[in-house]
Write a protein that binds this ligand. Sequence first.
Ligand SMILES: [Fe+2]
Length: 330
Amino acid sequence: MSVPIETTAPTPYFKRRLYAITSDHGEVGATQTAVANLMKGWDANLYLFAGDNAYESGSVAETAAAWAVWEDEIADEKVYAALGNHDLDTDTYQPHVNFFTYFPGNRRYYSVRDGNVEFFILNSGYNTAGTQVEPDGVSSTSNQAQWLEAAVAASDAHWKVAIFHHPPYTSGVSYTPGKTALRWDFRNLGIDLVINGHSHNYERLIIDGMTYVVAGIGAKSLVGFAASVLDGSQVRNSSYYGAIKVIDNGDELDVEAWSTSSVLMDNFQIIKKAGSKGAQLIESTATESDIPSTTDTTVTQLRMRSPDDGLIYTYEVRLVNGIPTLAMVE
Ligand SMILES: [Fe+2]
């Protein structure tokens, strides 16, 4: 028995969308290549970087050399990057913004949407000498912060992830306790996850209910942790280079931190109910032979996650008077 239901057209998810992220990767060599190969092996929808993309000073030549390993993915416009302090050392940020002509907006801070995830790439603004060079500022009341507030509010993406270089919180021995200027109220802004670099290690912290990940494990020499770590520090690892894999699993965002030697350094989930989003397709048995005929018939069955209770139900697509109709199977 089938009960017809009203539904808006769901976004089909035949493959879970996946994102590969690392930071401080801009040093050409075997480590950078190994990390890049790890990330490419995931066949990600986007490859994202939290800065220090071109050591030592982000010059035009260093920028071109450091991104060479990502040439194909850049050609496909699958690469998005934040500015790190080293990228700000030459002509403020011009080599970076001139190199990535497809970045939106001012290319220093911007958002990029893929599927149900929107990434908000920010410019944490400090160069290696410690001078803040972002014209729109980096304080919680800056023009950049006001842009973020408006952009997040305007976004209907289910998942909202902020990526920028300097960590607001880190137990890394070089930069403990983090850059206080960047301690914005990300939770109230509507951000679900913050990803940083600069501290050359892996750390996950929960501060005031917000999850912060430091992923400075992309190539540059690893750095350990202070004897006394920050309150809220959950997981730390300074033994491996690697990257993090973020998987959009509907109401669940799955995050894994992997080393180039296949060590799983961390694994956590962030849960957020779908709210008013359309049902999410989990599995479909449809094939080309399922193209509708003109008679009333069952075309195919689908397994989808209900937007109401988050549970997975079996639906079927039937032709009713020649019109495709979605029905839940009891
Ligand atoms: Fe840095």
